[in-house]
Design a protein around this ligand. Structure first.
Ligand SMILES: Cc1cc2nc3c(=O)[nH]c(=O)nc-3n(C[C@H](O)[C@H](O)[C@H](O)COP(=O)(O)OP(=O)(O)OC[C@H]3O[C@@H](n4cnc5c(N)ncnc54)[C@H](O)[C@@H]3O)c2cc1C
Length: 502
């Protein structure tokens, strides 16, 4: 269901902006349309809706506890603000907790200590034009994106220095030939952000007095008579109990909408029938913001910022750090392997919904991925094959042995020539050595991009591109994160810096 205008429940001076999440919409519209009732309303009240009743008040109210939500709390917590982070699920973390955590940063103390001399100023100077491009109608965008880019660096520094997060020493160029310099990882490599980054930050936030509460779902933003957002209504889905929290600033950090079939069908119809990997990101923040008058941006694939994935996401990244050969169920190679985002769509384009990732023992030794290789093989024995010969590998994978052997013969030829004339692979263009290992992946959706746009002060923009007072956003619900984990962290941290100064 899409709301094209605001629906108000006028109650006691403050209004609930009904989002249609956890609340029935029937009967919410005033009888006379948006301009007011045609008939006297008297004591009329909407069935099922309680009047706004603030029982708590904080400086900063953050909805959602993924990286964006936690990052938004960091600077205000250090500045002594009162903060509540409210999470609808039974535990914190959202999609962030299961993310591969393939992150980008520049000029961090971590990178400089590892001998990477690039400063954030140098990085910005080299990238400003590219990062600012495409938003000319917003004259403030260049300054905003500069602030976010620097916030990315400050997030990593603060996460380590102030919040005890643990990152891995950045990879050398030999370890990571493609994208060397900008990629950083949690301490135990790909897929280990939960224990190394998310949990330490949450623990320190609690120590600083942040109220992190699970099991409460935001159902409606609350605004004052002037149109400023002044808090949010939450519902305990088990007891039905309502909690209205007043706040000077309310931050939407509610993630994407990949788990909402209806929204995916509307905005990304080509993905509607794809399996999906995530649970809980159903676009509630998008809808609450839309009900508050926010304009929605880029939720379709037009900006080409989101992608399909394999259902063993860590595995899709390994080609950056080790030789991998990707083949379709017909045994044929179909794409260059030192990437993570493109294989699923390429498999679909070739007429398949599955593909195999084949690697050798080196994958178990590469420190950036070793934990995830062990872990994924252990948890996905159902789709794991190990073999000493290509014949046995083909039999285990149930692909035509002759085709697989021809694929490997051709790949070895390209390796010998030093050039991948078929798919342009440059990093880790090496032959695989037995024993061979293979995992089968299924195409699925796992993240979305697009949603609200935040303005120069990190407040959500309305339909006329004015900032909605009191309403902030970060992470996958916000266009400018483009659903990249480091941008989710950075947009969260940037909002937090704004709020620390309030
Ligand atoms: C398996 C996987 C691997 C990924 N790997 C990478 C990667 O390596 N690199 C990369 O750049 N990106 C990756 N991504 C994408 C990236 O992880 C996400 O875009 C990012 O984690 C989103 O962070 P977030 O804080 O915005 O949202 P989330 O982490 O989803 O957090 C949002 C939180 O808000 C809560 N919430 C939602 N609605 C409400 C409500 N109404 N009331 C209260 N709480 C609510 C949710 O329960 C959730 O906990 C991956 C995603 C997945 C699923």
């Amino acid at each position: 269901m899409t709301l094209s205008r605001r629906d108000f429940l006028k109650i006691g001076g403050a209004s609930c902006i009904v989002a249609g999440t956890g609340a029935a919409l029937a009967g919410c519209a005033p009888a006379g349309g948006a301009d007011g009732p045609l008939a006297e309303t008297g004591d009329a009240a909407l069935v099922g809706y309680e009047p706004v009743n603030f029982r708590e008040e904080v400086d900063v109210l953050i909805i959602g506890s993924g990286y964006a939500g936690l990052a938004a709390a960091m600077a205000p917590a250090l500045a002594g603000k009162s903060i509540a982070i409210i999470e609808k699920q039974g535990q914190i973390g959202g999609d962030s907790a299961t993310s591969c955590c393939f992150m980008f940063a520049n000029g961090t103390e971590l990178q400089q200590a590892a001998g990477n001399p690039v400063t954030i100023d140098e990085y910005w100077e080299a990238s400003a034009e590219r990062l600012s491009a495409g938003w000319d109608e917003y004259p403030w965008f260049g300054d905003w994106v500069k602030g976010k880019t620097y916030a990315n660096t400050r997030f990593v520094d603060s996460a380590i220095n102030d919040f005890g997060a643990k990152f891995q020493e950045p990879c050398t160029e030999a370890e990571l030939p493609r994208l060397y310099g900008s990629v950083i990882l949690p301490a135990d490599g790909i897929g280990s952000g939960g224990p190394n980054i998310l949990q330490p930050i949450a623990a320190k936030l609690k120590e600083l007095g942040v109220d992190i509460r699970c099991g409460l779902r935001a159902t409606a933003l609350i605004e004052d008579g002037e149109g400023a957002v002044v808090g949010c209504r939450f519902e305990n889905p088990l007891s039905g109990k309502l909690v209205d929290i007043k706040a000077r600033a309310t931050v939407l950090a509610t993630g994407g909408f990949a788990d909402n079939g209806e929204m995916v069908a509307e905005h990304l119809p080509e993905w509607a029938n794809r399996a999906q990997l995530v649970h809980g990101c159903i676009g509630e923040g998008h809808r609450m913001a839309e009900a508050a008058g926010a304009r929605m941006f880029g939720m379709d694939s037009s900006l080409e910022r989101c992608n399909l994935m394999g259902d063993i996401p860590n595995c899709t990244t390994w080609g950056y750090w080790t030789p991998v050969v990707l083949v379709l169920p017909n045994g044929k190679r179909f794409i260059e392997e030192a990437q993570s985002h493109d294989a699923a769509q390429a498999a679909l384009d070739a007429g398949y919904t599955q593909w195999w990732s084949i690697f050798d023992d080196r994958a178990f030794k590469a420190r950036a991925i070793a934990h995830s290789v062990e872990g994924n093989i252990k948890s996905r024995q159902d789709v794991y094959v190990k073999a000493d010969t290509l014949d046995d590998l083909a039999a285990g994978m149930d692909v035509p042995a002759d085709t697989l052997k021809a694929t490997f013969a051709r790949y070895d030829e390209l390796v010998a020539a030093g050039e991948d004339a078929d798919f342009g692979k440059e990093a880790w263009l090496d032959s695989l050595q037995p024993p061979y290992h293979a995992l089968k992946l299924n195409v699925c959706r796992y993240k979305t991009s697009g949603g609200v746009m935040v303005g120069p002060n990190n407040q959500v923009l309305d339909g006329e591109d004015n900032e909605i007072p009191g309403l902030y956003a970060a992470g996958a619900v916000a266009l400018q994160s483009f659903a990249s984990i480091s941008a989710c962290m950075a947009t969260g941290y940037y909002v937090g810096e704004t709020l620390a100064a309030l």
